[in-house]
Design a protein around this ligand. Structure first.
Ligand SMILES: [Zn+2]
Length: 509
């Protein structure tokens, strides 16, 4: 019970334990197989109907596996810091992501997925628990409370072998992210290295996958090259180097200062040639990661179990490349850091679908469990704050029960909170880049996808309605929240956070 906010115990406990209690009735080897088969049939029928309505050939939903004895493996790939608009399937015009574009075409793409925060720890905690950051309390190097039930724990309880592979210390055993995993790879022995390369992480994942013991497998793979300093092999760097770019080492003092302190006056030091170089480095890292993960997914598809795996590809947050006057992530909740890709492929998931309905990373646990037939009826289609998206995958009706939100705690710099009621998005920032306090911004995402035109003054009526809703939902979530315990960092860990661009002293998330 330690770590729970006062007065919040019963509500929080009820929610976070809900799935565990419900799962007990079906525990045992492959208890969800029958439901899973039904889900496949229902999904295939619904997908066919959807295709006919659209006037084209029905989307090709993968055939139901004939091996009814074993549920499919689940592979959850998180590409840290990947901006949604840098994928071809989301509108990028440069050929950065041929593998992920092909993956999207073979599955379903969610056009409007929102991350629950804009840096790794709170956002990944939300992805793995289905709870918003206000609820799980995992901010600023606080440890994931043991009371939480992670997706890995839920799947382990259903007989899954659970494997975690992460290159990010903020999503590692150090902060409790290994809860529920049979094995968790996080290698920080090389203190001079920012993070393990995607090839090393994929290699670690494949070694763990190879130790097949007959159980279905859940793999959580969290790769890092798209995170600063955007490490790539030299030939990939050369492919994307702009002809007129000035080579500007990412980790020099100017970049460190811009990134860590968010100091608005230092942005004047970032010349156009520097910015071109920064963008080229980022693009190269996206392309390199796509290449390595494409090969990994192709090798998986060639295996007996991999042919019908349920695979999700997403990002924990994006990256600001001076879109709204800043650089990096974890400072704001603007679209370049909270709009993330969400791609799903596998049994019961139609091919070639694009779904426009707004969704959140907190929806992922309920969706995966539902697709596997492991979401109990008593859950009401929900895990924590997330809802199953399976009705959307099958072309059915879907009603969102509450507005989507995102939440950022920034130590001495204050907090930021986002509330989205499509097409409106309201962002409250306690202190912005320029040092202004209590900044509210309202955007209409239908008309202004890039969040360029703040409607707060010109649309006072909708702004007031959204502000009231934001206060209400923020208070509601806080009243149901857990309070995670902070984890003191060792000097080595502080140095590692600084190498990744995070100030570990509390002045930056
Ligand atoms: Zn991250």
């Amino acid at each position: 019970m330690k770590g729970l906010a006062k007065g919040a115990f019963s509500a929080a406990r009820r929610v976070v334990r809900f799935g565990g209690r419900c799962g007990q009735g079906r525990r045992g080897p492959w208890g969800g197989v029958a439901l899973f088969a039904l889900a496949l049939v229902a999904g295939a029928v619904a997908c066919g109907a959807l295709g006919q309505q659209a006037g084209g050939a029905p989307p090709a939903a993968p055939a139901a596996p004939t091996r009814a004895a074993r549920p499919p493996n689940v592979v959850l790939i998180v590409i840290d810091t990947l901006r949604r608009d840098h994928l071809g399937c989301y509108g990028e015009t440069r050929p950065l992501t041929p593998a992920l574009d092909a993956f999207a075409a073979a599955g379903t793409l969610f056009e409007n997925c929102l991350a629950a925060s804009s840096w790794t720890e709170p956002s990944t905690a939300s992805l793995l628990t289905g709870l918003y950051p206000t609820r799980h309390g995992c901010h600023e190097y606080a440890r994931l409370p043991d009371e939480l039930e992670l997706l890995a724990e839920r799947l382990a309880a259903q007989g899954y072998r659970t494997l975690g592979v992460s290159g990010n210390p903020n999503a590692s055993p150090q902060f409790g992210f290994d809860q529920g995993f049979d094995a968790f790879h996080f290698d920080d022995r090389d203190k001079a290295r920012e993070y393990e390369d995607v090839t090393a992480l994929v290699g670690a994942a494949e070694r763990l996958l190879a130790q097949d013991d007959g159980r279905p497998t859940f793999l959580y793979l969290h790769v890092m090259n798209v995170h600063g300093p955007y490490l790539t092999p030299p030939e990939w760097r050369e492919r994307f180097r702009a002809a007129d770019a000035r080579d500007f080492p990412f980790q020099n003092d100017v970049w460190k200062d811009v990134m860590r302190k968010g100091r608005v006056e230092r942005r004047a030091d970032v010349a156009p040639a520097d910015l071109a170089d920064l963008r080229a480095r980022y693009a190269a890292a996206v392309a390199w990661t796509d290449h390595v993960l494409g090969d990994f997914l192709a090798r998986r598809r060639a295996t007996a179990a991999g042919a019908d795996e349920l695979v999700v590809v997403t990002a924990d947050h994006g990256e600001e490349l001076f879109d709204h006057g800043g650089f990096g992530h974890g400072f704001t909740l603007h679209r370049e850091v909270v709009d993330v890709p969400l791609l799903v492929r596998g049994p019961g998931v139609g091919a070639g679908q694009r779904i426009g309905a707004p969704v959140s990373l907190v929806d992922v646990p309920a969706t995966l469990l539902d697709l596997l037939g492991l979401l109990p009826d008593e859950a009401g289609g929900a895990i924590g704050d997330g809802q199953t998206l399976r009705p959307l995958l099958g072309g059915g009706e879907f009603v969102r029960h509450a507005p989507l939100v995102a939440h950022l705690e920034r130590g001495k710099q204050g907090a930021a909170f986002l509330l989205q009621n499509w097409p409106l998005r309201l962002i409250e920032t306690e202190r912005d880049y320029a040092g202004r306090a209590g900044v509210l911004e309202l955007f209409d995402l239908d008309a202004d996808r890039d969040e360029r035109h703040d409607l707060l003054a010109s649309d006072a009526e909708r702004a007031a309605r959204m502000a009231a809703a934001l206060r209400l939902h923020r208070a509601r979530l806080a009243a149901q929240g857990l309070s995670a315990e902070s984890t003191p960092l060792t000097p080595e860990q502080q140095a590692q956070m600084e190498a990744l661009g995070y100030g570990a002293g509390g002045d930056h998330p």
